[in-house]
Every structure is written in structure tokens, then in C-alpha cells.
Design a binder for this molecule. Sequence first.
Ligand SMILES: [Zn+2]
Length: 296
Amino acid sequence: MLTKGAWKMPLITGHEFAGHITELGDGVEGWEQGELVGVAPLLPCNKCSQCLTGNFSRCRDYDYFGSRRDGAYAEYVAVPVQNLIKTAQHADPRAIAMTDPASIALHAIWKGGGITAGQTGGVVGCGPIGLFVIQWMRMMGASEVIAVDVSEDKLELAREAGASICVLATDFDQLQDKADLVVEAVGFEASINNAVTLAAPGGHVVFIGIPVPDVTLANKTFQYLLRQEISLHGSWNSFGSPFPGPQWTTTIEKFGTGELRWEFLISHDLDLSELPEIFRRFAAKDLHFSKVLFRP
Ligand SMILES: [Zn+2]
């Protein structure tokens, strides 16, 4: 059976992180001890056809912190210099640690052709990435952003992110054919069908949620995408050229100016030693959470 999770075990997970440089390798220039840095989790092969055309998210032979090699639930991580990103030194490390989900959100919007002033955006799934999608759509000028989720708590956060219409998935039927660009950030069959029918005629739907079992599009959904000429797009990770890409540098810039807000996403800010207990509670579904941060 297909499952989500790390590529191999045992492994130290954790791929969304920032840090301060404690030691530099021989010959590394342009970086200082003590400097706050962002870290891109992907280690592209730099040799395959997709890397050579700057499409690093599509690398055919990549390594990855926290999934294919040990990640950041640790006090120290050894990082190739290619993966470091310059940040303003006054930036909050907690914001910089959220560059990955914010960049995934921006990459998805770009994959769908973007959104412009006066248009309507849609987001199905209001976890951290969905909340960043809402903010980016607003910053790009969307006059309405429709947010759909199964949880009232998540819809409350969506409102805070700038969504103008927040709807429980159970009330979704009132909401079809409204959005010029929809981002699906859940990966369940029902949310995938909802995302397609939320698109306005001629609209675009971008999928970033990763499904576990097979997904079926209902006949009604399929007829709608045919007859209303809806375009569907896959989006994977967050990388562009030059590596790690403008998705990353734009995110860090907008955290710096304060236009991209991040603090309201944090539901838990914990010491690394609390990690095992929190993961037990995740597994027991005993916890409402949005973004959970650990400080080594
Ligand atoms: Zn490659």
C-alpha cells in the first residue's frame, strides 16, 4: 500500500528549517560564523535533463533533508553551501524556517499561471501551505479568495490570512464555478473533486496535496472540466533557477518587509525534547495544530 512519509527509515526527519552557521567547511567563502541562514531541503543532482533546464523540483535523482538523508530535528545539520540562502540578519529564525511552505505556495500559484488584480482565487485545504496561498493571492491583487476546509478552526486562520469567503467542505455545493485559480492542498478524493468544480469556466486548478489511495473524479466533475475547459496542473515542491529559485528569494524578501505574515500560523513553539510526545499526540489525533515549531 502507498503511504506518506520518509523515503527510508531509520531517519532523522525535519525539512523546514533555518539556522545559524556554527562552522564553515574548508574554502567556503561569502558566509560568516553566526550568520542566520535559510536552508533549501532539496539536493538536486545537477546533471539530469530537468536540472539542466533549471526545473530542480523535477530532478530525477535528488537527495532531500529529512526524507532521504538526516534532517533538522537535531541540534546541528551539515548543509552544502549551495543550499544556504541569505537572509536579513534581523529576521526572525521562526519565519525563515517557514520559507519552504511559503515557497511551495508561491510555486503552485506560478504553475497555475498566476492570478491578477480583480480575479478570484480559491484554496481547498487551509493548512500552513494553504494559508500562504491565500496571502500570496491577496498580495497579487485577487479581489476575492474563497477558502474551503473541513475545520472551523482552519477557516478562522484562513480569514486571518485574508480569505473573504470561508466555507466548510460540507456546505461546498453552494460554491461551484467561482474561482479563476484554485489551489488544492489536501489530496483527498472529495477535496480534489471540489477543487475542480470550484474553478470558474476557463479556470485553472493546481494540485499540491498528495493523495495516498487512488483518486476518482466523479462523472459530474469530469463533464465540468471538459465542457468548461478547466486546466489542471501538477505542482511539486518549490524550486526554480538559479537554485533554489525566485520562489525562495521572494518569500524571504516578503517575510523581511512584513507583507507575508507567519506568526499567526504557529500553533506550537516547543523545545526539541518535546517532539516525541507531540508526535504521539499527532498519531492519536489528539491535537489541534497548524504550524508546530521545535527549537533545538
Ligand atoms: Zn537532477
